[in-house]
Design a protein around this ligand. Sequence first.
Ligand code: PHE
Length: 350
Amino acid sequence: MNEKISELRNQFEAELRSVQNDTELENMRVAYLGKKGSITAILKDMGKLSDEERRALGQEVNVLKDEAAEKLAAKKEEFARLELEKEINAAPEIDISMPPTLERGSYHPITLVQRQCEAVFKSMGFAVEDYSEVVTDYECFEALNIPKYHPARDMQDTYYLENGQLLKSHTSAAQNAIYKKYKKALVEDGVPIKAIFPGRCFRNEATDACHENTFFQMEGVMVDKNISISNLIFFMKTMLSGVFNRDIKVRLRPGFFPFVEPGFELDINCEICGGAGCPSCKHSGWLELCPCGMIHPEVLKAGGIDPEEYTGFAFGLGLTRLAMMKYGIKDIRDLNGGSLASMSQFTEDE
Ligand code: PHE
């Protein structure tokens, strides 16, 4: 009987050495230790033996049984370890000490100047408002003293939706809503209306280096008792000096917009040639940057504000033009081109 056990042990060990994977291992476990397994079978044959022989054999078989179970478990662990090693070796090598090769994204130049303007105006107590790109004819024109068929509409041809709404052709389209939102605080609590509202604008334009069908403006309004043109000039100069980080020379020329009276074109000294004259400023030394003026009484009225009691100024800063000036971008189309290579050059630390 002893011989049978040692034979079985040898056979088990030889077989275990040739096992290749978990499935084969499991088959082996069943073949030796299962209910019908060969080790279990020895125990079943013990009936014919004497008590003494049976006890001795029983002990030996149990030793073999434990031994076999232990070795099978050890082999299983070995397979698991090998499997893990294989996975680790298959993974691409990562050197965590290496600096990243991916370039970080950057803010768009328009976003940069927009934020700079916002920061300056916020510091002067202006609220920053957001407004829809789709507006009504009333908001974009009628409330701004531009009735239907007024020739001023020609300069602002835009894109119309089938429901009669349109893509706003200027940020002035938000003025009416702003007046209505803040008039209660103005009239009841004497809080002046001070708000800026940057936004994307659209016009039906043939595009070239200086014209785009999509561009950005930043509107600003201030309404209170006794607001005058001096206030307007002060706020514009302060904002421009903040954006360009130095004192900026400005000049006012008369300009016509139905929603302001009087109306102006605010020019800045050309930043590219310093005022001497260059192609960017059409050799005049000045650049048209910010149409503005005193809010027309009809516009205040449409916003629910009494023009006999209150006055205010409004401006429509060309954010796109400001970005082009500040960063020396010569072709406006680059701004909407979506080229990361061109746009990422203008990243500034915020
Ligand atoms: N909305 C005008 C335009 O886009 C600019 C403007 C704004 C003029 C505010 C005066 C006051 O042409």
